[in-house]
Design a protein around this ligand. Structure first.
Ligand code: AVJ
Length: 321
């Protein structure tokens, strides 16, 4: 990782653990109580999410991979030759490899992630497997503008944002995020985005409340993390997982529901919970093809091709500006 590109966050930003404490205190002092979904992904949470992606009920990951497999050549063909491909929030390289096999003339592949360690490991794996590819990782928070590596130069730019991560953002935040991507990539760029689609409520709800309880464990792990990292006082089994489709807002909501009236101390600050009171931990917005295109248009992105699976569960959009 080139340290020159680590300066993505403003200097005033708090150290990570302090930011976590502030966000937890703010979220639990609010009405209704809520916590940012990004804090799910500590080491245990990332493992649990991996487990979710293999569940029978959790269709998004395998469906998106299938779309990338079946339509990889067409998706790759939508990108200009010699492009620099910027992946926002490069988790594992599993998805982008589906595209890279059809993109042999990239100027660079630029995975962007807040976790430098993870990014370095992923970049090494890719360089080993595709020696001709210039892998240029950037450690940055992709919700804020950051500079692209110098090797990108004047190459045409393409963005890749798979996994329906866009669904974690409220529509107005999603518009701001897509606009930020536009600012980072510049005019004349392309963006490939994976977006989960609205469907039968039972199918949606099962995907976020699986029979084996992996999603429940993923949600509850947030309390374990608060206990460990912030001296939190959540007792085992004092909250339960709840997930439901809010049709009016077109989103799955995940909550942690207090089983009883209780007071919880977190690093010296006390929070009161009524019996049945919940902490809203995640939104996962579901779009139609038209509603996502409309959202993208509000961020200055014009609709291009869209690819879906035969059951219409998931979509991969090409956008340009
Ligand atoms: C990683 C945000 C796409 O919303 O489906 C999975 C996270 N939460 N099960 C999603 C998640 C519960 C996931 N995203």
């Amino acid at each position: 990782v080139n340290p020159r590109f680590e300066g993505a966050s403003p200097i005033s930003r708090l150290p990570d653990d302090r930011q976590f404490l502030e966000d937890v205190w703010d979220g639990l002092a609010a009405t209704p109580k809520a916590l940012p979904a990004k804090y799910f992904y500590d080491a245990a949470g990332s493992e649990l999410f991996e487990g979710i992606t293999g569940l029978a009920e959790y269709y998004p990951t395998r469906t998106e991979l299938r779309i990338l497999d079946e339509h990889g050549p067409a998706i790759a063909a939508a990108l200009p030759s010699g492009a620099a491909l910027v992946e926002f929030g490069a988790g594992s390289t599993v998805k982008v490899r589906r595209l890279l096999r059809h993109l042999r003339d990239l100027t660079a592949y630029v995975p962007v992630d807040v976790s430098g360690e993870f990014l370095t490991a992923q970049a090494e794996g890719l360089r080993r497997d595709i020696p001709d590819l210039a892998v240029e990782p950037v450690v940055a928070d992709f919700t804020r503008p950051f500079a692209l590596p110098a090797t990108v130069g004047n190459a045409p730019r393409a963005g890749f944002f798979p996994g329906s991560t866009i669904g974690n953002f409220r529509p107005e935040e999603a518009i701001r995020l897509l606009d930020t991507f536009g600012a980072i990539l510049g005019e004349g760029s392309q963006l490939i985005v994976g977006v989960d689609l609205v469907k039968d409520t039972d199918v949606l709800e099962a995907a976020y409340d699986d029979a084996s309880g992996v999603t429940a464990a993923f949600n509850l792990n947030l309390l374990t993390r608060i206990n460990r990292e912030l001296a939190g006082g959540f007792a085992d089994d004092s909250f339960h997982h709840r997930a439901f489709f809010n049709a009016a807002a077109s989103r799955i909501e995940m909550h942690l529901v207090s089983r009883e009236a209780q007071e919880i101390d977190i690093a010296g600050r006390r929070f009161d919970f009524a019996a049945g009171e919940s902490i809203h931990t995640e939104n996962s917005y579901k779009y139609s093809i038209a509603s996502f295109r409309d959202l993208a248009a509000q961020a200055g992105w014009a609709a291009g091709e869209v690819w879906t699976d035969p059951d219409g569960l998931f979509s991969v959009h090409a956008l340009r500006r």
